[in-house]
Design a protein around this ligand. Structure first.
Ligand code: ADP
Ligand code: ZN
Length: 763
């Protein structure tokens, strides 16, 4: 037998190896193996088995790594699709699919010594006081780690050996699993009674399950099976991908939980994707709590980037071994080896963090839909502000639309007021940070002992440092952006590459030397300063990546806010997501235009989403909430539709703009970026590539080739970047034809090409 193997070291192709006879029964698709490669021994994954090879002199597999094949055939197929669709080599795709920590040759389990009480018929031999103490602990616990026993009893391992010799206990090396949530106390919860929108959503989801189970089950007689499949085909719920459009607080999570219960009941598992930033202990707890007891009890594995590699290893294997039937995690959890898989939930499906910004540049939501379709799993995409892509798909019947337009607790949506900062600026002769409306509203809420959240999506003190006399602007030496001024550390910093330098006190231009150098634009640090002047009594805390130094800080600050130790929470987008504080009655958005004027066709969509998300933080308790939005373009549709909580209105006018320019979701986009330290070389290479595409990719009638043009951020981290954007409705066809073109492309040594299919970040 021959095994086809993808090697971990990136080579861009696969190699055939002979399977030694003694391993014939053990090697299957997905097995990890060690093989000879030139003069080295390297690791790889078996991706296919064949009877013969077209190559000669093929070498033998050396050994198997681990005792279970790690990749299921299904996940392997998914990795291949990612390679093809996102234009990257198979082993790059495989890297994302199998986490580093489970690929290693060494065993990843942590082993520890455990002490176990042995059954004993006869009377216990006479023991010393120390020994009795030890024995009592072991007996009451049954089994426990040696380390813990020693800590509890303050004794030595010699004493434990003694009672082992007496035949009372055994000491054994055993796997001890790491549990990132070991210290949390989790109280079981029961299903809530659903309101009618929730009940309808759940029913349609569970019906889709039952259909997919019926059409894949062999036990059902052929005639009735056909019937089920035929009647199913007439429904919009088939293929079973749902878009659950539910306003903030409409109770989407409860629908997810009950849908998962349904999957478990059918003997299937579930994957829940949550944006990294929303993956808080509270979120995880809601899922663990529901499935911590009762007949559907199962482990809930958690996968995210803050786990230690040991924790990730153990969580992954809990899933692979089928002990954890539910996985909750960020982007890469979409590859979790849940089998059989019944349900995939993608919460906050519009979030850009689902897109991986390095190869393989996959979008976890789109991979979820693909995986669901391939494995017959139901997919639920949930959001209060669906992406244009998903809503478009729902509109044309590719996804089934579920709507939950009201809050589960019947609370009203907050009142949103938009303040025109242009007239404020006129009245105040200069741009104030706070309009009088917002200032008064804050004072009123603080007086009533209610809480306030303020939001500005830029950290630092000032957006730039400039000289009003000669026009000097402190710029990054590596990137084409101005440096942000940070007052506390008296530095100017680049938010792209991290460059930081001491802030100049006078204009550094030798001919100028103006001492009155000034700041332009504002950041959270400056807002904080103004707040403490305006409201000295209030307990104000700023939360952005500058104030969060350790990973516990985030939890601590949110905890303090929840328990009322903080009156005013000011922050960047970090505080916009999924947080639920009943006593917050006022949310202020300092500068809503900030995201509106980005050179990105999604700028309006992003602003609409952000405003809606932030507004959703207000009034989740008993007192009605209020939102104040300060803007210089108050009549922009993104702001006005957000003010009216009108998603559909926003969608209708936005889709028209996309239609006119054939931007996604009307067409799909591919971004080819050439980057190099020499600007001309990057530019010429981009022009060369464009000509090649024009020549080599005929037969895609709707293909638009835009560019090459400099990236909106021409220079980043010392590299100049030039972009070509391709747009077509037939992306699969395009990537298929693009692959050989890119393979044949020769570039100057110091110019690199990146290919980003369905790009999210255009900078
Ligand atoms: P979403 O995820 O849509 O923002 P959540 O699932 O967080 O909303 O629900 C908001 C609040 O409403 C939560 O406190 C939740 O416990 C509560 N809730 C959800 N469904 C119901 C229900 N059917 N009856 C009562 N309360 C509910
Ligand atoms: Zn920089």
């Amino acid at each position: 037998m021959i095994a086809r193997v993808t090697l971990d070291i990136a080579i861009g192709k696969e190699f055939d190896y002979l399977i030694p006879e003694e391993l014939e029964d053990e090697i299957e698709v997905g097995t990890r193996v060690k093989v000879p490669f030139s003069r080295r021994e390297v690791l790889g994954s078996v991706t296919a088995l064949c009877a013969q090879s077209e190559h000669e002199n093929i070498r033998q597999i050396l050994k198997i790594i681990g005792n279970q094949s790690l990749l299921t055939a299904k996940v392997l197929r998914l990795a291949r699709w990612i390679g093809d669709y996102y234009c990257c080599p198979a082993e790059t795709a495989l890297k994302s699919v199998l986490p580093e920590t489970v690929r290693k040759e060494q065993k990843g389990w942590r082993e520890r010594l455990f002490v176990r009480a042995l059954p004993h018929a006869d009377a216990i031999p006479k023991l010393t006081k120390r020994q009795t103490e030890l024995w009592n602990v072991v007996q009451s616990r049954g089994e426990l780690p040696l380390r813990e026993l020693l800590d509890l009893t303050q004794s030595t391992s010699a004493t434990v050996r003694k009672i082992e010799d007496l035949g009372l206990v055994s000491i054994q090396l055993k796997i001890s699993e790491r549990d990132p949530y070991a210290n949390e106390v989790i109280l079981p919860t029961q299903s809530l009674g659903l309101n009618s929108d929730q009940a309808i959503a759940l029913r349609r989801i569970t019906e889709a399950f039952d259909r997919s189970t019926a059409s894949s089950a062999e036990i059902i007689p052929k005639s009735s099976c056909n019937e089920t499949a035929a009647s199913a085909r007439n429904r919009t719920d088939d293929p079973a991908t749902f878009l659950l459009h539910g306003v903030t607080g409409s109770g989407k999570t409860e629908v997810y939980l009950q849908a998962i219960a349904h999957a478990l009941n059918l003997g299937k598992g579930a994957i829940v994707l949550v944006p990294e930033i929303s993956l808080t202990p509270q979120t995880v707890e809601r899922f663990k709590a529901r499935f911590s007891s009762g007949p559907l009890r199962t482990l809930v594995a958690v996968l995210h980037s803050h786990l230690s590699s040991g924790e990730r290893h153990d969580e992954w294997h809990k899933i692979r071994q089928g002990r954890a039937r539910i996985v909750i995690g960020a982007r890469s959890a979409i590859f979790a080896p849940v089998d059989p898989l019944g349900l995939i939930i993608v919460d906050e499906e519009h979030e850009h963090s689902y897109k991986q910004e390095e190869a393989p540049r996959y979008h976890a939501r789109d991979v979820a839909v693909k995986r669901g379709t391939d494995e017959g799993a139901v997919v639920v995409l949930g959001s209060a502000t669906p992406s244009m892509e998903s809503y478009f798909n729902a509109r044309r019947g590719k996804y089934a639309l579920l709507e939950m337009p009201v809050r589960a607790d019947d609370k009203r949506m907050p009142i949103v007021r938009v303040v025109d900062m242009r007239s404020e600026a006129k009245a105040e002769k200069g741009v104030p940070i706070f309009s009088s409306v917002l200032k008064e509203a804050i004072a009123r809420r603080l007086e009533r002992k209610e809480q306030v959240m303020l939001f500005l999506n830029r950290r630092g003190y000032a957006a730039s440092l400039q000289c009003p006399l000669c026009g000097f602007v402190a710029g990054c030496p590596n990137c084409s952006v101005p440096l942000t001024y940070h007052r506390k550390i008296e530095s100017v910093c680049c938010h792209i590459c991290g460059h930081s330098a001491e802030a100049p006190k006078i204009c550094p231009e030798t001919k100028c030397r103006n001492p009155a150098i000034r700041f332009g634009g504002l950041g959270t640090e400056r807002v904080e300063e103004t707040l403490s002047r305006l409201f000295p009594e209030a307990r104000t805390v700023r939360m952005d990546s500058d104030t969060l130094k350790r990973k516990e800080d985030y939890r601590r600050i949110l905890g303090d806010f929840r328990t009322g130790k903080i009156d005013l929470l000011l922050g960047t987008q970090m505080i916009a997501k999924g947080l639920h504080f009943p006593n917050v009655t006022l949310v202020g958005i300092i500068y809503a235009d900030l995201s509106l004027h980005m050179p990105d066709f999604r700028a309006a969509e992003r602003t609409f989403q952000l405003l809606t998300q932030v507004a959703g933080r207000a009034g989740r308790g008993d007192v009605e909430g209020e939102v104040i939005v300060q803007a210089f373009t108050p009549f922009h549709p993104a702001i006005q539709y957000a003010r009216r909580h009108d998603f559909l209105g926003f969608y209708e006018q936005e889709i028209e703009f996309r239609e006119q320019l054939k931007y996604p979701p009307i067409a799909r986009a591919a971004m080819l970026t050439l980057r190099g330290r020499n600007e001309d070389k990057a530019k010429f290479s981009a022009e060369h590539l464009k000509r090649l595409i024009e020549k080599e990719i005929p037969g895609i009638p709707d293909l638009i080739i835009a560019g090459p043009a400099p990236s909106p951020l021409l220079r980043a981290e010392t590299y100049y970047r030039y972009q070509i954007m391709l747009r077509t409705a037939r992306m699969t066809k395009l990537t298929e034809r693009l692959a050989p073109v890119l393979k044949s492309l020769t570039l100057p040594e110091d110019v690199r090409l990146t290919v980003d299919i369905d790009p999210v970040n255009l900078m």
